[in-house]
Design a protein around this ligand. Structure first.
Ligand code: SAM
Length: 207
């Protein structure tokens, strides 16, 4: 029994149903996650995969929250503390070795740093769930794709998400326009995987 401390069901509601079928097919050993929050997706991956093999999991987050979190007044210091507790709890129960590499900071800097460390093409699975602002998502997508191995899978969360204030909704304050631009520009190098559209799934075919 894991003593997890989660305060939301984002992962359960938006991803788990598809990931339960997808992850056993991909069986990633090297994972990059942009946007970890309290570690729900990270803990899912540790729980799901470390029964069969060792795992390296890189988690990138500012733990400052996105615009949507600042508006909702999250206490991000407590969120980060719960993340550290939760992934520690998952790792404690892992049957195989798990290395969790926490990269605290802005994703553009952290992903560029991983590239400069020679990690181009290193990751089997890249999960983009950080900033939901289009310019940031585009940057995460382009850099994340360079870090993804040929044959690897990249997932974009909240593909169809937008803010709940119709009068204020700004097309650049949601991921879709950036994910669409990324997919269109890289169409020769990727394949879209069939799944419900709340998340978008792509397989890398070429560098
Ligand atoms: C939706 S949450 C991630 C949820 C998590 N994957 C889960 O399963 O619970 C988004 C996270 O992205 C982080 N974030 C927002 N903008 C960022 C940026 N530019 N660089 C790095 N992290 C960022 C926030 O601090 C927040 O923790």
């Amino acid at each position: 029994m894991r003593d997890y401390k989660f305060t939301n069901y984002w992962f359960e509601e938006g991803a788990r149903g598809v990931w339960d079928k997808l992850i056993p097919k991909v069986m990633p050993r090297t994972i990059l996650e942009v946007g970890s929050f309290e570690g729900a997706s990270a803990c899912y991956l540790i729980d799901k995969l470390t029964g069969s093999h060792d795992l390296e999991l890189f988690c990138v987050d500012t733990w400052d929250g996105g615009i949507e979190h600042q508006l909702a007044d999250f206490d991000m210091a407590s969120v980060e503390a719960r993340f550290r507790h939760n992934v520690g709890e998952a790792a404690k129960h892992a049957e195989h070795k798990v290395r969790i590499d926490i990269r605290k900071g802005q994703s553009d800097i952290q992903l560029a740093r991983l590239l400069s460390e020679g990690k181009a093409g290193y990751f089997d699975f890249v999960y983009i769930d950080g900033s939901h602002q289009a310019p940031d998502v585009l940057c995460d997508a382009v850099l994340g794709f360079k870090l993804l191995k040929k044959g690897g899978v990249m997932v974009f969360d909240d593909y169809t998400w937008s803010e709940h204030a119709p009068a204020d909704t700004d097309i650049l304050r949601c991921p879709k326009i950036a994910v669409d631009a990324f997919v269109n520009i890289h169409f020769k190098k990727l394949q879209l995987l069939k799944a419900p559209l709340f998340q978008l799934y792509v397989k890398k075919l070429a560098d």
